[in-house]
Design a binder for this molecule. Structure first.
Ligand code: PLP
Length: 488
């Protein structure tokens, strides 16, 4: 058989790239819900490559086979699209990356790409590490990054221990993130990026992102935003001018709770003071082909399809759960055993106004129910129980419908006490910085009817009136004798 020659493959790749680019620009014109449902998986791709399968197929295969050595050579030098090895690329993961890139840039003409990772923490590492390089002309000069302290517990540890303590990369801490002068005073020529989480988990810190983006532009450094709590259904930092968004896909995006996943979504041609044109041109493609190929924090295709599946209903879920959370927050704020309720949706919240500038339910103006732009604030809230740490634990222990777990973003309501769970590792001092008192309960409201969540909270809070809550448990699982746990 005569070889087709490498040019045959290169030209086919060029034609395909053109086709896919066109298809994606067609999809970009659709509404948010349509993009969520279809992503970048097309009928053409289904019919030509996937036996017409209307759902994105799950490619569990580790690698792809090539027609001949020419095709292999072109693929392994990244000259043609390839699923050479699933640590680097995989079709199912590619569909997830495609939909997230479109959703995070929805309603804007920003061109972005995405790389999926095995977890949100891996996404943060993927997003920040390529910037944390010394100055080649002066390698001993210390470098730093400027980041808010009100961040997820794992992020706090990654920054404080893995970067600051172990690698001597200074974390310059923004304590009051809504004070733009504080950010600016920390920046110098060795600052590699600005990082913030908004709204933060669990404190719901919020800041004026547009001003932080202006600072990034002024100093030529990227702005990286962890937008997990908002999801693209409420806020899209890239469209506002941020360079990189990280998502813990494990949370509201993969709401069914069937796996851990993360994603980095970066705009093309981002700003950085690192001299690496390839990285700046397409950060996610660069990460895929180089650093993450070498470090290996890749996602499993199984988790990619689970995430894709949940993302299809993102907007309506976030709307429903935001409304329920508002109802629950209002109930709690009037309860006699509650010291304080923190929910950005409450007018009493000090950051309500600024949050209202940023958190909008996408496409509500095209929703026949609303017909105009409306604010929604997500399903994360927290409350402080009167009477201190023990009172909070008593209430927590009495919950019967709301699950006690260190989890967030679920279709089921979940509560945790951050001081003894997500934020236990960082110690008293770290918790003070992150503003996590011991009587704080974080609640993430699910898609149950809010009346039932309120009823559960009401009975749990009644323990503080001396009412005893009896948590009964069956002696056998409904699943049968094999899973029985007979209690003494
Ligand atoms: C959970 C979480 C992370 C970490 O994500 P994993 O998928 O658990 O690794 C990062 N940021 C925020 C805001 C989170 O809630």
């Amino acid at each position: 058989m005569k070889p087709l020659g490498i040019n045959h493959y290169l030209e086919a790749a060029k034609r395909s790239a053109e086709w896919h680019k066109n298809y994606i620009s067609q999809m970009k014109k659709c509404r948010f819900d349509t993009i969520s449902v279809h992503g970048i998986y097309s009928m053409q791709e289904a019919l030509d490559f996937n036996q017409g399968s209307i759902i994105e197929p799950i490619y569990m295969s580790t690698s792809q086979s090539y027609r001949d050595s020419d095709e292999m050579e072109a693929a392994l030098s990244y000259q043609i699209p390839t699923w050479c090895y699933s640590r680097i690329a995989n079709p199912t993961i590619y569909y997830l990356e495609g939909v997230l890139a479109l959703l995070e840039t929805y309603g804007s003409d920003v061109d972005a790409s995405c790389i999926a990772t095995s977890s949100g923490m891996a996404a943060i590492q993927t997003a920040v590490d390529p910037f944390l390089l010394p100055d080649p002309k002066n390698p001993s000069k210390p470098i730093n990054f400027v980041a808010t302290t009100k961040v997820y517990g794992g992020t706090f540890q990654q920054f404080a221990i893995r970067k600051n303590e172990e690698r001597h990369i200074e974390w310059r801490k923004v304590i009051n993130s809504n004070d733009i002068n504080e950010w600016e005073n920390l920046i110098d020529e060795n600052t590699r990026f600005l990082y913030g989480e908004m709204p933060s988990n669990p404190g719901q810190a919020f800041f004026n992102l547009k001003k932080v983006i202006e600072l990034g532009n002024k100093y030529g450094i990227p702005v990286i935003i962890d937008s997990t709590v908002a999801t693209p259904a409420l806020m899209r930092p890239l469209a506002l001018g941020a360079d990189i968004v990280v998502q813990s896909v494990s949370k509201t995006l993969l709401t069914s709770g069937l796996g851990i996943a993360g994603a980095v979504i970066a705009k093309k041609n981002l700003t950085s003071n690192i001299d690496n044109p390839e990285m700046k041109a397409d950060f996610c493609m660069y990460s895929k082909q180089l650093p993450n190929r070498d470090n290996g924090p890749n996602l499993s295709p199984m988790h990619a399809i689970l995430a894709l599946n949940d993302i299809r209903t993102l907007r309506s879920r976030v709307d429903l759960q935001s409304r329920s959370t508002m109802t629950v927050a209002k109930f709690l704020s009037e309860h006699k055993h509650i010291e304080k309720v923190e929910y950005l949706g409450l007018e009493s919240h000090p950051l309500h106004k600024i949050a209202s500038d940023y958190l909008w339910l996408v496409d509500s103006e095209y929703d026949e129910q609303y017909g105009k732009k409306i604010n929604r604030y997500g399903h994360l809230m927290s409350f402080n129980v009167k009477g201190g740490a023990q009172a909070a634990r008593n209430v927590f222990d009495a919950m019967q419908r709301i699950w006690r777990a260190t989890d967030l973003g679920r279709i089921k309501s979940v509560a945790t006490i951050p001081a003894i769970s997500t934020h236990s590792q960082q110690g008293e001092e770290g918790r003070k910085l992150a503003d996590i008192p011991p009587n704080l309960i974080r609640l993430c409201v699910g898609a149950e009817h809010p009346d039932d969540i309120i009823a559960d909270l009401d009975q749990a809070l009644s323990v503080l009136d001396g009412k005893k809550v009896i948590f009964t448990s069956p002696e056998y699982s409904a699943g049968g004798a094999s899973s029985a746990t007979l209690r003494k």
